[in-house]
Design a protein around this ligand. Structure first.
Ligand SMILES: [Zn+2]
Length: 454
């Protein structure tokens, strides 16, 4: 008994020692997650899992492990407010659809562990994962992935998960949409996130929170990659949206809505949602409403960029929807930037191969956003939207040590964000050097991933 206690105490001692280790990160410059200029001659001091100091030319504490990253820029770990780490829709649409039917959900889950690693190694230390569903399955793979990362079983970003997402019968989220009627033996219900009427919407919110949702996602308009709806039609009524927001906020969960259409966006903003995802067809008047209400826009430019680059991979009906949404979204995004709408960084990872999230930065800058604002969107802004600004999002004393480094100066070349070379999460070094090669035969075949961004 005594020796057992002694062993435990010794183990705790070792853990405490490791936790107290001090690391000093040095680099030519630093972006703190909120300021308009970079800090030169940057030093960040990390002790255990926290930042104890960050600034210019700070003295290095004696005994600290020094890591000099040279001509690089330190930044808070990037965040992506719109991912789907348990899925990959980036290849041929019909093949992917078939995979939904023939892969076991456990195999999907195993693949997700590789997607999680690719994401964090790209410098994204936090993601908000907006929907994880497998047709005719009740598994909560996103919850399992989040928990396994938190417990240190696998390597991945901090995840805030939405479980199934909520939507109407026949809408963008209906997992049986586009399949033969009753192929799966029953109509999807609230346990699949499918709900009709305010009371059912409340039930679906409660069910998802009960099963581990950190955030509530709903589809309030049609979408691009769904076969049974139009891209911009409203899919929830104002009464359903009011119930969605009220029930979620009562349970202290934020609400993110998938929305391309303008009418649905107006109704969702009126109902008080926290973020509009995509927002392709939003008119300037709708953006004005959004600004008044303080809602965030998560533009997910990467999603349409990827689909437009590989249109042949999609059935004609989806090609038409993608063209319409992409044609509208560039002007909408330019207007949003000009009007000073709060913009969060989100990419819809899974539509394109995981790990290429940072390509969104250049798309934002190409459409009129300043590089520094694009960097803020993926750090301070996302932390605010996710409600975790007290813990992460900036390089400041007391924050968790989620720190990345990229070569050169991202404010003069935003594509530096695609070449992250160092990743620390909660004080632990996840990557210093090349990314882990991605192992599957499928990946090695794909030219898009065989030539990773770094
Ligand atoms: Zn999405």
């Amino acid at each position: 008994m005594t020796s057992c206690v002694l062993v435990i105490l010794l183990c705790l001692g070792i853990a405490a020692q490791a936790a107290d280790q001090t690391i000093a990160l040095k680099a030519a410059r630093l972006f703190d997650g909120k300021s308009n200029a970079l800090v030169q001659k940057a030093v960040v001091i990390v002790q255990g899992d926290k930042i104890v100091d960050a600034g210019s030319n700070l003295p290095i504490p004696s005994g600290a492990q020094m890591i000099d990253l040279g001509d690089a820029t330190l930044a808070p770990g990037f965040m992506d407010a719109h991912t789907h780490l348990t899925a990959d829709f980036s290849g041929n649409y019909n093949e992917r659809r078939l995979q939904q039917l023939d892969l076991n959900v456990s195999e999907h889950a195993i693949r997700a562990t590789a997607f999680a690693r690719a994401t964090v190694e790209a410098g994204f230390t936090t993601v908000r994962d907006l929907g994880s569903r497998f047709v005719a399955s009740r598994e909560f793979v996103d919850v399992a992935l989040r928990n396994s990362i938190n417990k240190g079983v696998i390597v991945g970003p901090r995840m805030l998960v939405a479980t199934k997402g909520i939507g109407a019968t026949g809408g963008h989220f209906d997992p049986s949409g586009g399949f033969r009627d009753f192929l799966f033996g029953r109509e999807p219900d609230y346990t699949d996130g499918i709900a009709n009427g305010p009371d059912e919407i409340r039930k679906a919110v409660r069910f998802e929170v009960k099963n581990g949702a950190d955030v509530i996602k709903a589809a309030v308009s049609g979408g691009v990659l769904s076969l049974a709806d139009e891209v911009d039609t409203p899919q929830l009524t104002p009464a359903e949206m009011a119930a969605l927001v009220d029930e979620s906020h009562r349970l202290r969960k934020k609400v993110a809505v998938h929305c391309h259409g303008d009418q649905a966006a107006r109704e969702a903003i009126e109902a008080g949602v926290d973020s509009i995802e995509h927002g392709s067809f939003m008119k300037p008047e709708t953006l004005t409403m959004m600004k008044k209400k303080g809602a965030f826009l998560t533009p997910t430019l990467m999603a349409s960029e990827w689909i437009m680059g590989k249109l042949d991979n999609y059935p004609p009906v989806l090609q038409a929807k993608a063209k319409a949404a992409t044609a509208a979204r560039s002007e909408m995004f330019r207007n949003a930037v000009k009007m000073g709408i709060k913009i969060s960084f989100g990419t819809d990872a899974a539509v394109y191969p995981h790990g290429q999230n940072a390509k969104e930065f250049k798309l934002m800058v190409d459409l009129g956003m300043s590089a520094i604002d694009a960097l803020k969107s993926a750090t301070g802004n996302d932390a605010e939207l996710l409600g975790i600004g007290q813990k992460v999002g900036t390089l400041e004393k007391g924050k968790l040590a989620d720190i990345i480094a990229m070569p050169g100066d991202p404010t003069s070349d935003i594509t530096a964000t695609e070449r992250v070379s160092f990743v620390m999460k909660e004080g632990k070094i996840i990557r210093q050097g090349p990314r882990t090669p991605q192992g599957t035969a499928e990946w090695t075949r794909s030219p898009d991933v065989a030539a990773p961004v770094d």
